[in-house]
Design a binder for this molecule. Structure first.
Ligand code: NDP
Length: 330
């Protein structure tokens, strides 16, 4: 098997030197285990956090060991009743060509129900993140003005479209290129969108949301969060989903300087992790899968070919070279 290992911990923005490609011998699967050949794997922003040795909600990757993450594979050998060779499963042993894992740590997928890749994207973890964050954490209500950052990404694109489909008064997105801004406006039905690299976020947001915002779904942190606090209406709600602008920071980033607005406007700012909201999964799939199938909710995927290119795909994700979900096909 071929595995991608964490070769060293990055200081600041990761580079290819932080990864190594290693050929290994896999053990035979034991009782209750199976051998899986990976077909597609996910690269996700949270993996940047796991490359560092700091206290977080998941354990850091170990230097010199294989990394892991969401993946879809085909069962080759199954020492279990639950699966048979040829089954396609979702599991968490990505970053490798083949994996031996307990059958209990895999879930069977129906390749005919939806394109396989969607189980890692719009109908998978990122989609559920958008659903739980918008509806449960930000307590979205029809008539809200919603602002989402990272709007052309896997999570953000679902947030914006869900808000529109559920009756938002106005949906505003920010992203990091003119092409992404066009995509939000032309393909995803956003009412307004801007490139955060074009000028101060607070100014661009004020222009896009003249009547303020009721919900901010934060994928980015930093300047975006401060701008959203400044634009929030009375009883506004802010869901802290991610702070990707700070994941590779080498110094403590500055805090929002306008915390008085949180008091004055009685804002709610609430962080969340998708893993705590798996009770919503069934409801999420029942509601969103038909929207995807009918084309009412669109999704993009940026697919990189080959396990050897997975480290570069991850670096490209952090640099914003993806539209929609970033995946690696093996
Ligand atoms: P995306 O598909 O959105 O990809 C990441 C995007 O981040 C890039 O495409 C890039 O887009 C943007 N980005 C990178 N650097 C910056 C920066 N300095 N400022 C602004 N934007 C930047 O990834 P996901 O949809 O998978 O994740 C989005 C966010 O959600 C992340 O913060 C992630 O950590 C978080 N998350 C949280 C979960 C939870 O349980 N709380 C679960 C899943 C994801 P651009 O070109 O626009 O800059």
């Amino acid at each position: 098997a071929t595995e991608i290992h964490l070769a060293s911990r990055p200081h600041g923005v990761p580079t290819l030197a932080n990864f190594s490609t290693v050929d290994t011998e896999l053990p035979d699967p034991g009782p209750g285990e199976m051998l899986v050949r990976n077909l597609v794997m996910s690269v996700d922003p949270y993996m940047r956090g796991r490359m560092s040795d700091r206290k977080s909600y998941t354990a850091p990757y170990e230097v010199g060991k294989v990394m892991d993450g969401g993946a879809i594979g085909e069962v080759l050998v199954a020492n279990t009743e639950r699966f048979k060779p040829g089954d396609v499963v979702l599991h968490s042993r990505g970053w490798r060509s083949h994996a031996v894992l307990p059958a209990a740590q895999a879930a069977k997928l129906d390749p005919d129900a939806a394109p396989l890749t969607t189980y890692l994207g719009v109908l998978g973890m990122p989609g559920l993140t958008a659903y739980a964050g918008l509806l449960r954490i930000a307590e979205f209500r029809p008539g809200d003005v919603v602002f989402v950052s990272g709007a052309a990404g896997a999570v953000g694109s679902v947030v914006g479209q869900l808000a529109r489909l559920k009756g938002a008064k106005r949906v505003i997105g920010s992203a990091g290129s003119a092409a992404k801004v066009r995509h939000l406006l032309d393909n995803l039905g956003f009412d307004a969108a801007f490139n955060y690299k074009d000028g101060p976020v607070a100014e661009q947001l004020a222009a896009a949301a003249p009547d303020g915002i009721d919900v901010y779904f934060d994928n980015v942190g930093g300047e975006h969060l401060e701008a959203a606090i400044g634009a929030a209406n009375l009883h506004g709600r802010i869901a802290i989903c991610g702070l990707i602008s700070q994941y590779s920071a080498t110094e403590p980033p500055p805090g929002p300087r306008n915390m008085f607005q949180v008091l004055a406007q009685r804002l709610t700012i609430r962080g969340f992790l998708v893993g705590d909201h798996s009770d919503l999964r069934e409801q999420f799939v029942a509601e969103v899968a038909p929207l995807v199938k009918s084309g009412k909710l669109r999704y993009e995927e940026t697919i990189v070919e080959g396990l050897a290119n997975a480290p570069q795909a991850f670096l490209d994700l952090l640099a914003g070279r993806n539209t929609g979900k970033m995946l690696v096909r093996l």
